[in-house]
Design a protein around this ligand. Structure first.
Ligand code: X8Z
Ligand code: ZN
Length: 628
């Protein structure tokens, strides 16, 4: 995942010639041959020097970034000590370059006459490193080693139940949670979920000391490049001050919170019926292990328990695809087919040759899905352990959204090869997936019968809400925890306590028993050991409905937003492509304006989308005391 691995491990420059460097040098004085020598060419102005520096820095960052990306691919698709050593060395090298360039860039910041483009490149040099490295070489190498090892520890993670000889990996444990709501015995399902949920959390206590050290070294690196700590650096990439960004996030959260409150209230009541009031009380927070997902971040698996009208035609995409014998590659082709239906180019043949689609049985890999452009010029790949199920189909749309973004901006300077902000990158594939409607699934031959009745519509809304609305508080709290950890507000001795306090505050969930500081439960979520910032997913959850609304309009759709599918619309595709091709070359409000006409992130479209379901939930929840 170039944007993520490289944003985790650093940024870089392709070996593409040195136009920038040539500009940077002062021209040699002309040789005195003629009686009247031509006047010496003027020395470059400070503004020209700044531009030359920025372009050369871009080249250099690309070169080390490509090497780090190649090493990261090798490691994540084959976790060995040898690959770990190479990646650690490449990360070290690229971090060294990034830190040096940030320091050099500071010299040019205030030169007079700087053009806007150069100023933006200089700004991006400064805010791009996700893991800023200390200037001290030994400490930088230590940091590179820690971040590489943490990633591998997560990838290799498995739960070995005491007394049993076989162990289970994340995919197997997730399956237990996803299957539980359909189990015939609620009692057995409860026990199985407790086992899988807390079993997975045995992988992370060994990460705790390493993570603590990572925070110390990363913060030192942040200070070395002029930030108070990593929290300030991470919040500086949004074309506004960190404080303004905090305000934006909180504003959006307050706008969407009422949606979550209603869903939580309804789910709690149904879960209480299912498992009994003793296990799931009708008031207060819900036990975290019964939401059908390892982090309770998506509740889609609860659909069989929560469907408003179970007698309506089935929306069980997983069962249908499995019954029809779909293979992983067919899911990939289907997701690609959505993008090409919009008029975007097919993926290159090398994508199919170089990607990892299924979990290998002969080696350890990082299964967490990611999308890559290793060369930064169109060497597109994904790495995923595809299962034939609905979740994988939607995740494939998500991943290909990254790949199509990479493809669209591949000719830009390396520093512009990013989303307008990181939420944009995460929201593209999801935007298309909002158009994967029952009617489209029928066209694909997955669903046999679909209905447009209000009841069927509410079922569909519930299934989308269980993914999108359930996610919101999780997306909000992950980096609230991390930012406070980075700033020191949450010290190491309160890591776990503070984590669960946020889970309770935002998600309204609690652990079954007190989780003391002998645990490190944040480490059981990929993005913590992998050091991938998470606020991007919260932004994407909001932005994708803005994008969807705008593309629906471009496609000529009229009527309620939830009935729209942009599948097949070349007009929507052209509008999307225009924004993708901008990359990060302009502040994100410009890109948002290009696609939506608006310059602000706005929760109105997501709220509007779910209006029918919200009306239904409000009725259902009448007489209940919502909240926790
Ligand atoms: O990490 C991802 C993608 C890769 S960028 C699979 N997502 C977040 C997660 O899994 O927690 C997508 C949704 C949120
Ligand atoms: Zn993603």
């Amino acid at each position: 995942m170039r944007h993520s691995v490289l944003s985790s491990l650093v940024v870089s420059a392709a070996l593409l010639g040195c136009a920038g460097i040539a500009l940077a040098r002062a021209p040699k004085p002309a040789a005195p041959v003629a009686p009247e020598p031509a006047p010496a060419p003027a020395l470059p102005t400070p503004a020209e020097e700044a531009r030359a520096f920025a372009l050369a820095a871009d080249d250099e960052l690309r070169a080390v970034g490509i090497e780090a990306a190649q090493a990261a691919w090798d490691y994540q698709t084959d976790i060995t000590d040898a690959h770990e050593a190479v990646l650690s060395a490449k990360s070290d090298a690229s971090m060294a370059v990034a830190t040096r360039l940030v320091q050099e860039a500071a010299k040019y910041k205030d030169v007079p006459g700087l053009d806007a483009d150069t100023a933006r490149l200089l700004h991006l040099i400064r805010v791009s490193p996700t893991i800023p490295a200390p200037v001290d070489a030994a400490r930088r190498a230590e940091l590179a080693q820690i971040v590489t090892e943490l990633d591998g520890m997560y990838g290799k993670g498995e739960y070995c139940r005491p007394g049993e000889t076989t162990c289970r990996d994340l995919g197997q444990l997730e399956q237990v949670l996803a299957d539980a709501p359909k189990a015939r015995s609620a009692k057995k399902a409860w026990d199985d979920q407790v086992d899988a949920y807390y079993g997975w959390r045995t992988i992370s206590p060994p990460m705790r000391d390493m993570y603590t050290r990572f925070v110390t070294l990363g913060n030192e690196g942040a200070r070395d490049i002029g930030f108070a700590d990593m929290s300030e650096l991470w919040r500086s990439g949004y074309d506004m001050t960190p404080a303004e960004f905090d305000g934006e996030v909180e504003r959006l959260w307050q706008e969407v919170k009422p949606l979550y409150d209603q869903l939580h209230c309804y789910a709690r009541a149904e879960l209480s019926d299912h498992y009994g009031k003793k296990r799931v009380p009708t008031t207060g927070p819900i036990p975290a292990h019964v939401l059908g997902n390892m982090w309770s971040q998506s509740w889609e698996a609860l659909y069989p328990l929560l469907a408003p009208y179970p007698a309506e035609p089935s929306l069980d995409v997983t069962a249908a695809m499995q019954a029809k014998g779909w293979e992983p590659q067919r899911l990939v082709k289907t997701a690609e087919g959505f993008f090409t239906s919009l008029g975007l180019d097919p993926l290159p043949q090398t994508f199919y040759e170089r990607s990892m689609f299924v979990q290998p049985t002969d080696r350890e890999v990082v299964c967490h899905a990611s999308a890559w452009d290793v060369s930064t010029r169109g060497d597109l790949r994904i790495k995923m352990c595809i299962k034939v199920d609905e979740d994988s189909l939607l995740t494939l749309h998500h991943e290909l959204g990254h790949n199509y973004y990479y493809q669209a901006y591949r000719t830009l300077p390396y520093l512009y090869q990013s989303g307008a902000n990181d939420g944009f990158h995460e929201g593209i594939g999801d935007t298309l997936a909002l158009s994967v409607t029952p009617a489209y699934l029928k066209e694909l031959g997955i669903l046999d019968t679909v209905s447009e009745s209000p009841e069927a519509n509410l079922n569909k809304q519930m299934s989308v809400a269980l993914a999108k609305i359930a996610f919101l508080p999780f997306g909000r709290m992950m980096d609230k925890w991390r930012w406070q950890v980075f700033s020191g507000e949450i010290p190491p001795e309160r890591y776990n306590e503070a984590w669960w306090a946020l889970v309770k505050e935002y998600q309204g969930l609690v652990p079954l028993e007190d989780r003391g500081e002998q645990f490190f439960d944040p480490g059981a979520k990929y993005h913590i050991p992998a050091n991938t910032p998470y606020m991007r997913y919260f932004l994407a959850a909001v932005l994708q409905f803005q994008f969807h609304e705008a593309l629906c309009k471009a496609s000529g759709h009229t009527g309620p937003l939830y009935t729209c599918s942009i599948h097949g619309s070349k007009e929507a595709g052209a509008r999307l492509q225009e924004m993708l091709a901008m990359g990060a070359s302009k502040p994100w409000p410009d890109a948002l304006e290009a696609i939506t006409g608006s310059r602000t992130m706005d929760a109105r479209p997501i709220v509007e989308y779910f209006q029918p379901l919200m009306g239904w939930l409000a009725e259902e929840n009448k007489g209940r005391t919502c909240g926790w």
